[in-house]
Design a protein around this ligand. Structure first.
Ligand code: SF4
Length: 285
């Protein structure tokens, strides 16, 4: 596969907001609900402070060994989801106990932050709830808000091309979600209180999906997941961890649409995703 395969068909020339996709003209229905995940392998339980002792005892890593250093030689980040899960919050503890359908329903009807007043609908995510690969972006854009699905429009097409370049496809072994489930007005940056309220949903999605690998795209998603202020350039090209789940970071497709020279770097990120997925699959045989 060649880096030019990452090129999207509708690349804009004007600067595009951080959101997943530029707006389109037509509304379409909410994406269909996805099946509840069936048990597949021992989950990498999210160990949160103050959780019941038995829950912590049940923690079992998917990847026992620490990830190897790669890329630009900087430190690899090893984070936990505890700060995102906000375990001290009663609401967060309730979210952490939800099954897949209940979680979807909770997101759909959520009014925990002010974004519920301006959204068309909450965007839970799309794909296989038993996905091997979880793609995490920032927040819905205008078109995602209309369609109820993350990464649609030009940026979504580019993401699909990126996945196809490594033999993956939306809805097959992939689940796609955002840190925020509702669109910030005008595609502004998410606010800390919005992240605080919404991140427990992503933490629970990660716990239920139990992906082999997370591919975080865009500065906001990367820094939120890894809980770091480090720039994307310093984090690319190496393996990080959230709890015991490996994390590869990369550019957001919307960014790539307006920064063509970075597509070659994006290709290297995808190769790292592909390589690590193959390594993880081999270790589980
Ligand atoms: S952004 Fe998240 S916390 Fe805020 S209303 Fe939407 S689902 Fe709820």
């Amino acid at each position: 596969m060649r880096p030019e395969l990452l090129a999207g068909p509708d690349e804009p020339t004007a600067a595009e907001p951080v959101a997943n996709a530029p707006p389109a003209e037509q509304a379409s229905p909410v994406s269909p609900p996805v099946e509840a995940p069936a048990p597949r392998r021992q989950p990498p339980r999210i160990v949160v402070p103050h959780a019941p002792a038995e829950r912590a005892a049940a923690a079992r890593p998917v990847v026992a060994a620490p990830p190897p250093a790669r890329g630009n030689g900087g430190p690899n980040v090893r984070a936990t989801l505890a700060p995102l899960a906000d375990a001290d919050s009663t609401r967060a503890r309730e979210i952490a106990a939800l099954d897949w359908q209940s979680l979807q329903a909770a997101v759909t009807g959520c009014t925990a932050c002010g974004l519920c007043k301006t959204r068309t609908q909450a965007v839970f995510g799309v794909g296989n709830p038993q996905a091997e690969l979880l793609v995490v972006g920032e927040a819905p854009g205008a078109e995602e808000d209309r369609q109820g699905e993350p990464f649609v429009g030009a940026a979504g097409k580019l993401l699909d091309n990126m996945l196809a370049a490594i033999g993956e496809k939306r809805g097959e072994r992939v689940f796609i979600a955002n840190v925020l489930k509702c669109r910030p007005p005008g595609n502004r940056n998410p606010q800390p209180d919005e992240v605080l309220q919404c991140a427990p949903y992503l933490a629970r999605q990660i716990e239920l999906i139990r992906p082999r690998l997370i591919f975080a795209v865009g500065r906001f998603a990367i820094q939120t997941l890894l809980q770091t202020d480090a720039p994307v350039g310093a984090l690319r090209g190496k393996l990080h961890q959230v709890n015991d789940i490996p994390v590869v970071v990369g550019y957001h497709p919307a960014y790539l649409l307006r920064n063509l020279p970075d597509k070659a770097r994006a290709w290297r990120d995808l190769l790292l995703v592909q390589q690590r997925l193959r390594e993880l699959a081999a270790t589980e045989r």
